[in-house]
Write a protein that binds this ligand. Structure first.
Ligand code: 5GP
Ligand code: MN
Length: 338
């Protein structure tokens, strides 16, 4: 974050403000952790701050300190709208273009507030007056820690905030194993533990909360896995009928896409998940090495993200989408196999 933006933020926050803090649609651990930690900090400084999420988030994140105060734009619509309308400052965290907030998009586009972006995805849009965008960062939660450092507020991190920030760094780094995990990330993690982050409990609450139906759904997903050895690629499909059969609830498919990458030689793994209500397939894409799933998703599936982890969507059926997907692979054969 450059000095101009740091000073701009200091000035912006020098008097108590009405503030809305927004994570992306289908918020994950990083989105919820970063918004809650920042919200807590701003409240402690005397601001009136509220997290407004575009929609609901998974059960395995509901224990997070402050999670019960998050407004759900879909379910608490009038309250959420009034927070957005009255906000003097809007922080957008863990996303970087206004198309990522579902039905909230027009309300953010017409808001009169000053926007602040904190995000680590590629290709940021330019709606924010104050921008902290860094694609080298492991997570938005790590950026919130740096942001607090820039504001001279690291010693104001409470144990609740430390638990939130720890969670987001942990989930976005695949428990500290992805490439963006640096020695600085680990130093921050150490400091967060010193400040009260309950690391063992957090791992347990996020990863050891399987239900029998989720494990059965995982079995179904793995059975459906298609392996395209010629392209070092695998994909999984899950239809709405299959999700219904195994009592799908939000968050149940989290992490399924990663199983593909555990196969020897596989460099590209994708999952296509049908959502009948929205009339789309939600797509998650993962890679190892230089093959950019961000570019691939941006080009073919209306999405984006990071080099090795991205999302997207398709308006076609599962068979049409997988046929289209397979038809795209030959042009990337060299990249995927050399
Ligand atoms: P996931 O596959 O876990 O939903 O998302 C992987 C990464 O891609 C995350 O960083 C997420 O924020 C981003 N992402 C997911 N879906 C989309 C999308 O539709 N558009 C864009 N631009 N990014 C996405
Ligand atoms: Mn993130």
């Amino acid at each position: 974050m450059n000095l101009e933006h740091i000073n701009g933020l200091k000035t912006l926050l020098s008097l108590p403000k009405k503030i809305a803090i927004i994570p992306h649609k289908n918020p994950d651990g990083d989105a919820i952790g970063s918004t809650l930690a920042l919200c807590q900090y701003l409240k402690n400084k005397g601001h009136e701050a509220t997290v407004v999420a575009p929609n609901d988030f998974p059960k395995f994140l509901k224990w997070m300190p402050g999670a019960e105060t998050i407004l759900n734009f879909e379910k608490e619509n009038s309250q959420a709208k009034s927070v957005l309308e009255n906000a003097e400052v809007i922080f957008t965290l863990d996303f970087n273009h206004l198309g990522r907030v579902g039905q909230m998009t027009p309300f953010l586009e017409s808001a009169s507030a000053t926007f602040v972006m904190v995000d680590h995805h590629q290709a940021p849009a330019d709606y924010a007056k104050i921008m902290y965008s860094d694609v080298s960062m492991s997570s938005t939660c790590e950026m919130v820690y740096h942001l607090l450092d820039y504001l001279g507020a690291v010693e104001e991190i409470t144990s609740d905030m430390a638990n939130c920030i720890y969670t987001g760094i942990m989930t976005d780094t695949g428990s500290f194993k992805f490439k963006a995990t640096t020695s600085t990330t680990h130093r921050i993690i150490a400091d967060l533990i010193d400040k009260g982050a309950q690391n063992t409990a957090i791992h347990h609450r996020i990863y050891d909360t399987n239900s029998p139906s989720r494990l059965h759904l995982l079995g179904c997903a793995l059975k459906n896995m298609v392996i395209l050895e010629e392209y070092n690629t695998t994909y999984i499909t899950l239809s709405q009928d299959e999700l219904d059969k195994y009592n799908y609830s939000k968050g149940d498919t989290e992490g399924f896409v990663n199983y593909g990458l555990t196969l020897d030689n596989i460099r590209f793994a994708v999952i296509f998940i049908e959502n009948k209500e929205e009339g789309i397939l939600k797509i998650s894409l993962r890679s190892v090495g230089d093959f950019s799933v961000n570019d691939f998703s941006r080009q073919f599936f209306h999405g984006g993200g990071h080099t090795n982890a991205a999302g997207g969507k398709s308006d076609l059926s599962i068979p049409e989408t997988t046929k289209y997907f397979e038809s795209l692979l030959p042009q990337f054969k060299k990249e995927l196999t050399q």
